[in-house]
Design a protein around this ligand. Sequence first.
Ligand SMILES: *[C@@H]1O[C@H](CO)[C@@H](O)[C@H](O)[C@H]1NC(C)=O
Ligand SMILES: *[C@@H]1O[C@H](CO)[C@@H](O)[C@H](O)[C@H]1NC(C)=O
Ligand SMILES: *[C@@H]1O[C@H](CO)[C@@H](O)[C@H](O)[C@H]1NC(C)=O
Ligand SMILES: *[C@@H]1O[C@H](CO)[C@@H](O)[C@H](O)[C@H]1NC(C)=O
Ligand SMILES: *[C@@H]1O[C@H](CO)[C@@H](O)[C@H](O)[C@H]1NC(C)=O
Length: 405
Amino acid sequence: MDPTSTIFSFLSLLLFGSATNFNRDLPSESCRFPAIFNFGASNSDTGGYAAAFIQLKSPNGDTFFGMPAGRFCDGRLIVDFTAESLDLSFLSSYLNSLAINFSHGVNFATASSTIRLPMADVVPYGHASPFYLPLQYLQFAQFKNRSQIIRRHGGIYASLMPREETFSKALYTFDIGQNDLTQSLFLNMTIVQVIAAIPDIVNHFSDIIKNLYNLGARSFWVYNTRPLGCFPKILTSFPLAEKDSVGCAKPYNLLAQRFNVELKNALARLRIEFPLATIVYVDLYAALYSLYTHPTKNGFEHPLVACCGYGGKYNYSEEAICGGKISVNGKNITVGSCKDPSVRVSWDGVHFTEAANKFAFDLVSSGDFSDPPIPLKLACHPSSRTKETGVRSGKSQISQIIIRF
Ligand SMILES: *[C@@H]1O[C@H](CO)[C@@H](O)[C@H](O)[C@H]1NC(C)=O
Ligand SMILES: *[C@@H]1O[C@H](CO)[C@@H](O)[C@H](O)[C@H]1NC(C)=O
Ligand SMILES: *[C@@H]1O[C@H](CO)[C@@H](O)[C@H](O)[C@H]1NC(C)=O
Ligand SMILES: *[C@@H]1O[C@H](CO)[C@@H](O)[C@H](O)[C@H]1NC(C)=O
Ligand SMILES: *[C@@H]1O[C@H](CO)[C@@H](O)[C@H](O)[C@H]1NC(C)=O
């Protein structure tokens, strides 16, 4: 341990030592997750929808990848920042069949996915994804078995598959639920009707976590749902909804909050049922909502207006989706990006910009938005934490120490 970290840990003991008992003597400890298995929808899709259906169009991907990269975003998603922060490569989609390497994890997320069986017609004719959460789970179960058969065969494919022990040591992340709420709304269900469906939706979510636990998963990092009422798409589609003090549609945010309360309670019950698991509820809603209450302070502007869209108060229209073509005064134009997506919150009216994703990731990975208050790097059972040996920068030492308590 270098002298600075000793001083830091001493200081941290002074400052926070008596607060809790999160292994106060090990300021450089972490979980060392060898892999991430992610389940979700478009907010964490790194190419599933694109592989299964249709490649996205520029300007998606332009900021970071310089080309469309299967993400509904100008750049990286929260799941990408998660991989980076754990020193892992970006996750390939399970559905991708080109240039894949699954040794450090798999992404089962696919745009438009729901927790429950989709009610609407599925893409390409309808809006819902056939890859709803229980199907993503079945894909995982199959992946777990077949990847080990491939490893036993050896040869060039073996190194692209995770080791057997990876499955119990990996981080399992979840970012799903938004579409269960919004797809019902777009099928003209009332908010009251959607609220009535929440317990069933959350039960389905719990069942999947139990099933994954039974297959050996132990570390669960679960995002709640975002403030829907602030999305340009919702604000445009339901223009008469009552607004809150920052201009978001109140009833739709209350709907998201209802889902979040029930999810939080369900995860608390699972924590009691599975004491060997680490199950963290992450309040992404609250982290993102600060972009609407304090945009300027956080370096953002026009949070309610889509960067890549067209028309109306919120720069959003169903007929002019990001990257699509529209006809304006007889001229065909492509719906492109605003000048500076790095200061914008909403990318395309539904999804967030890379800048907003980075902002939210930095907040939630600290543990300040978690229940229990565990940071990302410690989201494993205390018995599987290891001491970090690598030289770390001053900045990460400090965050490690804050992380401790
Ligand atoms: C696959 O990823 C692992 C972990 O990131 C890396 O060590 C390995 O070299 C990669 N394999 C190939 C063929 O790129
Ligand atoms: C995986 O293998 C186990 C043991 O052979 C078997 O019980 C299970 O049904 C298999 N699961 C899948 C999804 O193939
Ligand atoms: C929902 O209601 C609108 C307006 O009444 C109607 O145009 C639309 O077709 C309805 N959608 C569905 C899926 O029923
Ligand atoms: C615009 O695009 C449509 C459909 O691709 C095409 O039929 C039309 O000729 C185009 N109009 C102009 C002015 O280029
Ligand atoms: C609205 O979207 C267009 C792209 O179609 C972009 O050029 C423009 O800057 C956006 N407007 C705002 C206010 O962001």
